[in-house]
Every structure is written in structure tokens, then in C-alpha cells.
Design a binder for this molecule. Structure first.
Ligand code: SF4
Length: 227
């Protein structure tokens, strides 16, 4: 583990821990962490001689499997509650339901090798961009052609889309720092398949209530079990 990784993870852990101590509002702590993350990565990209080729409207990577922690799913739900109309939410639930039906037929390995267009894509742009999970934030590519090739051949894991090493290290370190702080709260810190968990979160407030009581938040959302 590099010194840069350790310092970055430790800094984020301390900041997030302080916020969790001052408030039990996980959404507020996560939003602040996302903002710190965005600043950190913007500076790192600025300083890097190599630049990502990611741009608005390019959404090959939004067909990959997305996983998220319980608090990230609940923040996404909150964002949808405050930014989507009833009609937009109904359409989203329809798309999530269709995707969840496919995902439930796949093993985790098959899911990894299968393109599924994220239900949150709207005109090839993320409709919850400010509240997208770390897993989505952490992805960048220096080779858009490789992204397209990977999209066309989702079962070919040998295609490398090229990350900027310094940026990837910071992204990972920041994420792990926040997750370590969140784990200290005693609330659900499990990783879930984003589609099935979000679908459950949008159905009612039971996942949020279970989360606040320190229980397993999702019963229908597929839990990702570490190997
Ligand atoms: S949540 Fe947003 S960024 Fe993540 S895969 Fe879906 S559309 Fe893409």
C-alpha cells in the first residue's frame, strides 16, 4: 500500500468519522464525502499529463454491473425523491424492475460479463449524477475506443480501458476511508447489487427504517458476498 493511499484514506476516515459523530444523518455525511472526492479527483486529473477520455453522452461503462453500499442506495433514493416527478419515478421503477428480472437469472460472474443498460441512464447521461455511487465515480478511462470494444465484447475481460494510476489510487483510498468510517457507526455497511437494492428502496421506507435501527437494510436487494 503506498503512502499516498494511506494518507488519503486516513484523512477521509477522520473527516467522515467527525461528521458521523456530529450527526447521525448518513446522507449528509455521504454528500460531503462525495464533494471532497470530486475536488480531490478534479485536482488529480488536472495535474495528470494523461487525461481521461470520459465525456457527457459516452455511457458504455453504464452497462456494467454496479454495486453500492447500503447508505449509497439510500442517498440515491433520497435524490430521486427530491428530483424526479411521479411520472419519471414510475418509468424508472419500470426499468429497474425489468433489469432486476434479468439480474436474478444471472450468477454474479454472468452478471459481470453481461451488458445491462443502467435504469438510471437518461439520454445517455446519469439521471442521479450528483448522487451516483462511488463505484460509478471511481470509473474513468483513458481510451474510449477500448470502452466501446469492451461494450461490444462484454465477456472479454482482457480489454483494458486504461485508468490513470494516481487518480485510481486516490479514488480507491478516499472510498475506503469513508467506508471504514461508515462501518464504525454500526449501521448496515453491506454491499448490494445497485439495481435490486434501489428497486426495494423505492418501494417503501422499510429499508431506511431498518438501516436506522442498525439492521440489514435490504431483504430483496441482492447482497454482494465477498469471496
Ligand atoms: S448510476 Fe449513473 S453513473 Fe452509475 S451506471 Fe447508472 S447511469 Fe451510469
Amino acid at each position: 500500500m503506498t503512502e499516498l493511499f494511506q494518507t488519503t484514506a486516513q484523512q477521509e476516515y477522520q473527516r467522515a468519522t467527525t461528521q458521523f459523530k456530529n450527526s447521525k444523518d448518513a446522507n449528509a455525511a455521504l454528500k460531503k464525502s462525495y464533494a471532497r472526492y470530486d475536488n480531490l479527483i478534479a485536482v488529480a486529473v488536472d495535474e495528470s499529463p494523461t487525461k481521461p477520455e470520459c465525456k457527457a453522452g459516452c455511457a458504455f461503462c453504464c452497462h456494467y454491473k454496479v454495486e453500492a453500499r447500503a447508505h449509497e442506495v439510500l442517498l440515491a433514493k433520497d435524490y430521486i425523491r427530491t428530483h424526479f416527478s411521479a411520472g419519471q419515478k414510475a418509468q424508472l421503477v419500470e426499468r429497474l424492475t425489468a433489469n432486476a428480472a434479468i439480474i436474478r437469472t444471472l450468477t454474479p460472474e454472468q452478471h459481470l460479463l453481461t451488458n445491462i443498460r443502467c435504469a438510471l441512464l437518461d439520454n445517455n447521461q446519469c439521471s442521479i449524477y450528483p448522487a451516483r455511487p462511488f463505484r460509478c465515480r471511481n470509473f474513468h478511462s483513458t481510451d474510449a475506443q477500448a470502452c466501446e470494444a469492451s461494450f461490444n465484447h462484454p465477456d472479454d475481460m482482457a480489454i483494458a480501458t486504461g485508468m490513470i494510476e494516481g487518480v485510481a489510487i486516490l479514488a480507491d483510498a478516499h472510498t475506503q476511508g469513508f467506508e471504514a468510517a461508515a462501518a464504525q457507526t454500526g449501521r448496515d455497511n453491506r454491499i448490494y447489487d445497485f439495481t435490486t437494492a434501489l428497486l426495494e428502496a423505492l418501494a417503501d421506507d422499510q429499508p431506511l427504517k431498518r438501516y436506522q435501527r442498525g439492521k440489514k437494510a435490504f431483504q430483496q436487494g441482492i447482497e454482494v458476498v465477498a469471496e
